[in-house]
Write a protein that binds this ligand. Structure first.
Ligand code: 7RM
Length: 645
């Protein structure tokens, strides 16, 4: 079945077991990254051909290559190689939205069969290596099968979160010209049912590249099936052959595209490649969660985000882990659902977002007390800075002060976790992501663009050298990749985040320094939201800023200038219409919590909106608005303050 490439034997540490070992490995990873990653890659993965060089990089071009010349298939590493040793072990536990419906345990043997069958269905539909496949699905097992089936045949998956609107879906399908969509008839989210297929149908009116649509059955609600284009997935899988030879991929062949918002209107299709992504997500999964054989691991993210790609699917499966996929929401049927699921499946590692923690912390503690949470060993958070209060609530009530909290900082662009404590090794500190993982060299930049050497400092967070899972490009726009990440600080990868480093060298990520706002852990670019609002016939111009929100982390505050003819309209109705347009263009997640109508916006002479001022007004920080003398229209500031919400 699998042919293992013979390497000479080394002794590397794949699994870090003491703080001392972490420091030794960290130093080695920085001084000799090629030796460090070369040894880990050799010992712990299945390659069809060895590499000729571990890493070649140039941040000026920029060009980054890991394990060049090597060949592999990531699904052989995530599935096939486990079949001899743990074929009957559960790979995926599927926990449905409705707790009355039984959970499903999918073994590695079954996963192999399903992925192979779906891979063969894709092939029958004409999908070939390098083709783009859009996956727009709820959190059901078919979503994991579809992702892995693409990887099996070398097709590039582009998973679009199933909460996105038809317009957002169409934009993403068209950007990388997908030839096929895999979706479902509908999805369950708490008490709601969503007609996913209807959203796909609407999107496809604008997507000429799509030749076929595969539809998984979930809700059984009636859907339109376009003859010649749409096919039910189940009967095709039923008929398909249950073995499919893995496509042998070059380490640098693309594995997937995942879109993330940018500060200009268009989403960025971050491109990840096979070899480095596999090595880094597997290594970080093992260490950041200290996963042991037999453990049950649960990440509550959706596979539509990078967290789900790296730490529900690829990282855990590459380690032969048992990973739980949850279809539902934390509040259904009640606010104890997470804890009920933890107790029911004996979850050992639990990974969620601060926004979920804050939402649950608002509810009665009875919800947590009702369930036996003693199986938990490690708690994780990701997606945004965690505030002190939420950190302690999580630590006290979920971890019983007995489970280290790993505050993991990373991005869609980084592919895997870059800064995080290693549980039981790194002493944790509330709100701090603490120390860089092996291979990661963080640098703080001062105002002048120079690296800050000392501790107890604050600056813009850059990374000085590549790690295996850094995104290689933006699909179809390498120039934008360069401009966004490698131009602000030449020779460095710029994260877009601000951070501070304490007296011992621990990092705390303070938040975005660009125009991306994180609402409930979702990255929202202000530009696409403004573009959407401006489509309203009564709207002349708009500007969005974030303001602190005790559950969502940040919420959106919109300043809207109406056209002359719009100014006489009912503002309550206008607010509803504006949020409706946002819902249609982006999704309900991007709705504005506050809308202030204004005759003008503070602008510089070159016409740039001074968001700094708008942010301060939205935050109600009025005593120090900074320099307003460069404004074209300084009078507007008083007006905005008087009418603030
Ligand atoms: C994994 C993910 C990336 C942005 C990132 C940060 C913020 C993520 C943390 C965090 C503080 C954290 N990918 N962020 N994790 N901020 N502490 N532990 O979220 O591409 O969707 O977002 O999220 O601003 O740049 S993402």
């Amino acid at each position: 079945m699998c042919k293992r490439v013979q390497f000479k034997q080394h002794m590397s540490t794949y699994h870090l077991k003491s703080l001392e070992e972490y420091f030794v490995n960290y130093r080695k990873s920085i001084s000799k990254p090629e030796v460090f990653w070369g040894e880990i890659a050799e010992e712990h993965f299945l390659w069809r051909k060895p590499w000729t060089s571990v890493c070649e990089w140039d941040f000026d071009k920029p060009e980054i290559k890991w394990f060049q010349g090597a060949q592999l298939n990531i699904t052989e590493n995530c599935i096939d190689r486990h079949l001899l040793t743990r074929g009957e072990q559960t790979a995926i536990i599927f926990e449905p939205n409705d707790p009355q419906e039984s959970a499903v345990h999918i073994t590695y043997n079954q996963l192999h069969e399903k992925v192979c069958k779906l891979a063969n269905v894709l092939k029958d539909q004409g999908v070939k290596k390098g083709d783009r496949v859009c996956i727009y699905m709820p959190m059901i097992p078919e979503l994991a099968y579809a992702v892995l089936a693409c990887a099996r045949i070398g097709a590039i998956h582009s998973v679009v979160f199933a909460g996105f609107s038809s317009t957002a879906l169409a934009t993403r399908i068209n950007d990388c010209s997908c030839s096929i969509v895999v979706t479902s008839d509908g999805s369950y989210r708490g008490q709601k049912t969503l007609d996913l297929k209807a959203i796909v149908d609407e999107a496809l009116q604008q997507c000429p590249s799509i030749k076929s649509v595969l539809v998984a059955k979930r809700t059984e609600n009636p859907v339109h099936m376009e003859t010649g284009r749409d096919h039910w997935l189940a009967p095709l899988m039923e008929k398909a052959v249950s073995d499919c030879k893995p496509e042998i991929m070059d380490a640098e062949d693309p594995l997937f595209i995942l879109y993330t918002s940018g500060s200009t209107g268009k989403p960025k299709g971050m491109l990840h490649s096979c070899g480095g992504y596999m090595v880094y997500t597997a290594y970080t999964f093992k260490n950041v969660f200290q996963y042991k054989n037999g453990d049950v691991y649960w990440c509550t993210a959706d596979i539509g985000w990078i967290t789900g790609h790296s730490y529900i699917v690829y990282g855990p499966l590459a380690n032969g882990a048992t990973t739980l996929m949850f279809e539902g929401v934390p509040s259904y049927p009640d606010y104890d659902r997470f804890w009920e699921v933890v107790a029911k499946h004996g979850v050992n590692q639990f990974y969620t977002a601060p926004t979920a923690i804050r939402a649950l912390a608002k509810e009665s503690l009875e919800h947590t007390k009702k369930h036996d949470l003693s199986s938990l060993k490690v708690l994780g958070t990701v997606g945004e800075p965690i505030n002190e209060e939420a950190w302690h609530w999580y630590n006290d009530n979920i971890g019983d002060k007995n489970c280290p909290i790993v505050d993991t900082w990373w991005q869609t662009e980084t592919g895997g976790i870059l800064i995080s404590p290693i549980p039981f090794l790194t002493p944790t500190k509330p709100t701090y992501a603490t120390l860089p993982l092996p291979g990661i060299r963080p640098v703080l930049m001062d105002e002048t663009g120079s690296p800050i050497e000392n501790n107890s400092a604050q600056g813009r967070l850059c990374i000085a050298q590549p790690w295996p899972s850094i995104a290689r490009s933006i699909w179809g726009d390498h120039q934008r990749y360069k401009d966004t990440y490698f131009s602000a600080f030449p020779g460095y990868y710029f994260t877009g985040d601000g951070a501070l480093r304490d007296e011992v060298g621990y990092y705390r990520i303070t938040g975005r320094v660009d125009d991306v706002i994180i609402v409930s852990g979702h990255n929202l670019g202000t530009a696409p939201i403004e573009d959407a609002i401006n489509e309203h016939p009564a709207v002349a111009e708009s500007a969005i800023v974030g303001f602190p929100h005790d559950v969502k982390g940040n919420a959106l505050y919109g300043y809207v200038i109406l056209k002359e003819t719009g100014a006489d309209r009912n503002t309550e109705n206008l607010k509803k219409e504006i949020n409706q347009i946002i819902t249609e263009h982006i999704g309900p997640i991007a709705k504005l919590d506050k809308i202030q109508f204004t005759p003008g916006l503070p602008k510089t002479r070159s016409g740039k909106i001074m968001r700094r001022i708008l942010r301060k007004i939205a935050h109600n920080e009025l005593d120090n608005l900074g320099d307003t003398s460069t404004l074209l229209n300084p009078d507007i500031v008083e007006h905005l303050i008087e009418n603030r919400l």
